[in-house]
Design a protein. Structure first.
Length: 475
């Protein structure tokens, strides 16, 4: 047995306990159970919106479409995600370059003077010499270490692209939800201004009756207090409106105060999307695919760590000349060399052992994160479905309260005018009606926001399509 064979066998013995071949599945299943269907389902609809075409288009509002498109072009979080994707692509390129032979070229120029005695006397000659040398080396990937590094980098690149798609989902949902909140504040402001006019009208009637001696000063003070309460509610709404517009401007990559929403009434609730099956959700959610890709990357790093504990074989070739006479154009003393180098990590096994343990622990962490991401995806869909169903019930009850408050106020005013009661029932009914009207606006916006959350939870291939295509330059 040759000396080199003994070294290889010794290295194999030193690395016993770890398999040479480490199989890495391309699409590992989630480490949690996947239900057959969701416990709740969205309401049936004759024509459901297609999430792959951009779910926000179901609101059928050109202004919203322009806002989302602007955010896709100028949002700074998307800029950062694109930069991370470019860095991951560069890392993948570095990993691929390990398969390319390494070529080093060296050249040295020297000048000298040679003195020759021809009998008539010594004569000197200037000489310039070039000493070129080239070396080529290439490592044979015997155990898949280089290939594992490349595959891990490619999986990281796939995860970064899915992270970018996740950012598209996040940005679009944030833009739509902020847009809805802006409209809610504008609608609330208009409602408060109308309610203030109603309270001032009531105050005029009460003051008139007081001057006629029909009402008491207490009735006047109570109605003035109600009008002041409504008027005091207006500044906070205006402040919220300004803050939300600033948030919308940030999402669009613009300075605060440069974005205003024209719409003043909330849109109609679009048709509910088809939630599909939980197994289909795993394919539609880019964050789930990203978590899966990171599991694959960690698994490839385990394969790389195992392969690093085995010998490396490098082939090298070098050639050159001890001198190339630039003056005479003559190549002198050409040489070449071929070699094969076997490097066995005998004394480095302790470090390589713990490096393998480290990547195995990282694999377990990524696997746990993968399972949590899957469960979170299921929970977000279930939460959105349950909340939307309960929100519909709440809207029905608030609408009933508004109708009952209107009837109560009408009856209380009639009794007050006829002298059958004092002003307190009128005031109470007016407060109840106006509070219910404000709650109704907030509840309608909340129902729309819950639909946004459902569409966000369902993901969609549209985000992956945007992340895979070149980004449109901001105008």
């Amino acid at each position: 047995m040759s000396r080199h064979s003994k070294i290889v066998l010794a290295a194999a013995a030193a690395t016993s306990g770890c398999g040479i071949i480490h199989s890495v599945p391309s699409e590992p299943p989630p480490p949690v159970s996947v239900p057959e269907r969701f416990s709740a389902s969205s309401e049936p609809a004759a024509e459901r919106p297609r999430l792959d075409e951009g779910w926000w288009r179901s609101f059928a509002d050109p202004e919203l479409d322009r806002l989302v498109e602007t955010a896709f072009e100028k949002n700074l979080d998307l800029d950062a995600a694109y930069a991370r994707l470019a860095a991951a692509a560069a890392s993948a390129g570095v990993a691929v370059s390990a398969f390319i032979p390494t070529v080093d070229v060296q050249a040295r120029v020297s000048n000298g003077q040679q003195v020759i005695n021809f009998g008539t006397g010594p004569q000197s000659f200037e000489q310039s010499a070039l000493t070129p040398q080239a070396t080529l080396s290439y490592e044979l990937d015997l155990w898949g270490r280089i290939n594992g590094t490349r595959n891990a980098a490619n999986s990281d690149l796939r995860a970064s692209r899915d992270d970018l798609a996740t950012m598209y989902v996040t940005v679009s949902s944030n833009v739509v939800d902020t847009w809805l909140q802006v409209i809610e504040q504008r609608a609330t402001l208009a409602l408060l201004e109308d309610q203030l006019e109603v309270n001032r009208t009531f105050l005029e009637l009460v003051e008139l009756r007081f001057r006629q001696g029909i009402s008491s000063a207490l009735d006047v003070f109570q109605q003035r207090q109600q009008a002041a309460s409504v008027e005091a509610s207006i500044p906070p709404v205006k402040a919220n409106l300004g803050v939300l517009e600033h948030q919308l401007a940030l999402l669009l990559g613009r300075v605060p105060g440069s974005v205003a929403v024209a719409r003043v009434d909330l849109p109609e609730l679009p048709a509910a999307p088809d939630v599909g099956l939980p197994a289909e959700l795993l394919l539609a959610r880019p964050d789930v695919r990203s978590a899966q890709a990171r599991v694959v990357a960690a698994d490839h790093r385990i394969a790389t760590a195992i392969a690093a504990r085995f010998p490396r074989l490098t082939l090298s070739a070098s050639g050159g000349s001890n001198g190339f006479n630039l003056t005479q154009g003559i190549l002198e003393n050409f040489f070449y060399n071929l070699a094969a180098n076997l490097v066995v990590p005998l004394t480095d096994q302790v470090r390589l052992h713990y490096e393998q343990k480290r990547v195995e622990a990282q694999m377990k962490e990524n696997l746990a994160n993968y399972g949590k991401t899957v469960l979170t995806a299921f929970r977000e869909v279930e939460d959105a479905l349950v909340r939307e169903a309960r929100q519909d019930e709440l809207l029905i009850e608030i609408q009933k309260q508004v109708e009952l408050a209107q009837a109560t106020l009408k009856e209380a005013r009639t009794r007050y005018r006829n002298g059958l009661s004092d002003y307190l029932p009128v005031l109470t009914a007016l407060q109840t009606l106006q509070n219910s009207e404000q709650r109704l606006v907030a509840a309608e916006r909340q129902r729309l926001s819950l639909r946004v959350q459902l569409c966000r939870a369902l993901g969609g291939r549209w985000a992956s399509n945007l992340a895979s295509a070149p980004r449109k330059e901001a105008s």
